[in-house]
Unconditional design. Structure first.
Length: 147
């Protein structure tokens, strides 16, 4: 085994041990059980996701930020559906699909799940390429706190 492989293995084990012991960031959302039983901290950083969600533009091509089209107030429609209570709704949208998977797919494949009353193609179509997987996971972690 090469020194580099051994170092990567040891670092991975150390990070797993730290995560198992609850060490780390002090993010209050990690202490709250997310919808559907998903471990928000294992998915992404909810605080980073909230910051991304709140930006007017995001990603490599300055795509419209989530907040420009989605309200966090119940029943308030800007362009797309309100995100208030999203985590709770996402648990039951597609049988056998977790809330996290539903939200992730909704970001990277916007036409996969069209909410009644909204048109296909309405949501920006290129988040899968404009955002990193880490950014997408952070957005998922944040939206899982929206119960």
């Amino acid at each position: 085994m090469s020194k580099k492989t051994l170092l990567v293995l040891l670092l991975s084990l150390a990070l797993l041990a730290l995560a198992a012991c609850g060490g780390g960031g002090g993010d209050e959302t990690a202490d709250q059980p997310p919808a559907g039983g998903e471990d928000v901290a294992a998915i992404g950083d909810a605080a980073n996701g909230e910051a991304l969600f709140s930006q007017a533009t995001i990603g490599a091509n300055n795509a419209p930020g989530c907040i420009t089209c989605h309200s966090l107030e119940p029943d308030v429609v800007i362009v797309g559906p309100s995100q208030a209570g999203l985590a709770t709704r996402a648990e039951t949208r597609v049988a056998g699909m977790s809330a996290a998977d539903y939200i992730h797919q909704s970001i990277v494949e916007p036409n996969a799940h069209i909410v009644e009353g909204f048109a296909e193609g309405l949501m920006y179509q290129n988040y899968a390429t404009d955002l990193t997987e880490e950014q997408i996971n952070d957005l998922v972690a944040y939206t899982l706190t929206l119960k």
